[in-house]
Design a protein around this ligand. Structure first.
Ligand code: FE2
Length: 351
């Protein structure tokens, strides 16, 4: 995350397009976290597959013409990939009015009746709404499946989404709120997933493992700010990677232990973040995947990785591995990879 001045706020807000109610079948946002902690249950399509598209760092500002590039990208990505589900890993907006900005950039999902979840970014509470207020707005958008964290843990967008096949839950997506800026006196840096969020993750991870006969359920974790291990990995010659390293990972100063917790629990295969607009790589390090989304935003903020686009994930029933690729605005595909836990090199063929 390069230091960049907040973009100038454009003048009068444009009208917010009307929103359609979603088709039945999407449960919509719950008033509180369900007792089992699962915010939303995904199922494979009739071909035994499911496609999840990740937007990140759209940095939309309502009424600012520089934002139009982000909106065009969101529309093209959805119409090209036709995902079953969308995860936005934050920095949805980059100015006020934050509510109108969020509603406008997410409206293409509403129009297409695509369910989605968000993992909030640092900038999403920088403007005229608090983090809680912004989360309430996001949850009110038709198709959003985030829940209120009634465990009382830090942050707003901590959620569990499951993917089930014939034999029950066979994949989990953990979403975390990685916060805004470090709140510890004397520390100037980015925030992180806190101890209570890690305890929440471990509690649910343990339950899923127990229900699965003691075998960890394969999982991916989505959040905005990368963990400090991203910094260590890029300097470790044992790592292998594909994609662009365009900047130093904008990780927090302190390591809160999230990566370690995931490795101890043994379920999470990889972390997927945003935050650093000039990086979009997949890195295999310590038999774990450190992944960036592809910058989906516009010229309200720094972005040297052009064109914009999105990262896509495809899961097949009964397969512990998964496919991921980057779709670029204009149609080109990069980093078409099949990733599986025991792979030694990213160019390894599918077993
Ligand atoms: Fe950003």
């Amino acid at each position: 995350m390069k230091n960049s001045a907040t973009a100038a706020i454009a003048g009068a807000a444009m009208a917010i397009p009307g929103v359609d109610a979603l088709a039945s079948g999407n449960s919509g946002p719950a008033d509180k976290t369900p007792a089992d902690g699962i915010a939303y249950r995904l199922k494979y399509n009739k071909d035994g597959k499911i496609k999840i598209l990740q937007f990140t760092d759209t940095h939309y500002i309502e009424g600012d013409e520089r934002s139009e590039r982000a909106l065009r990208n969101v529309i093209q990505m959805l119409d090209t990939e036709k995902p079953d589900f969308v995860i936005h890993t934050g920095d949805i907006v980059f100015g006020k009015p934050a509510e109108a900005s969020a509603r406008h950039i997410l409206q293409p999902l509403v129009d297409r009746k695509i369910p989605f979840a968000v993992a909030m970014g640092n900038h999403d509470s920088d403007y005229d709404l608090t983090r809680t207020e912004m989360f309430k707005v996001l949850r009110s958008i038709p198709g959003n499946v985030n829940t209120i964290d009634d465990d009382g843990i830090s942050g707003c967008s901590n959620d569990i989404i499951t993917l089930s096949g014939k034999n029950g839950v066979d994949r989990i997506f953990y979403l975390f709120d990685s916060g805004n800026r470090d709140e510890i006196a004397g520390v100037k840096g980015w925030s992180y997933v806190k101890q209570d969020q890690i305890a929440w993750y471990k509690k649910h991870s343990r339950k899923f493992t127990e229900a699965n006969g003691g075998k960890p359920v394969p999982a991916l974790a989505f959040f905005h700010i990368p963990v400090p291990e991203y910094k260590e990995a890029i300097r470790d010659t044992s790592r292998v990677m594909m994609g662009n390293i365009g900047e130093e990972p904008g990780a927090p100063k302190f390591n809160s232990g999230l990566y370690l917790a995931m490795r101890e629990m043994g379920d999470v295969q990889g972390i997927v973040t945003g935050h650093d607009h000039n990086s979009d790589y997949v890195m295999l390090w310590q038999k774990f995947f450190l992944i960036y989304g592809r910058f989906s935003g516009c010229d309200t903020v720094y972005n040297d990785l052009k064109p914009n686009g999105a990262r896509v994930f495809e899961f097949s029933e009964g397969d512990e591995g998964f496919r991921t690729w980057v779709r670029l605005y204009g149609g080109k595909v990069e980093q078409d990879l099949y990733l599986y836990p025991e792979m030694k090199n990213l160019t390894s063929p599918r077993p």
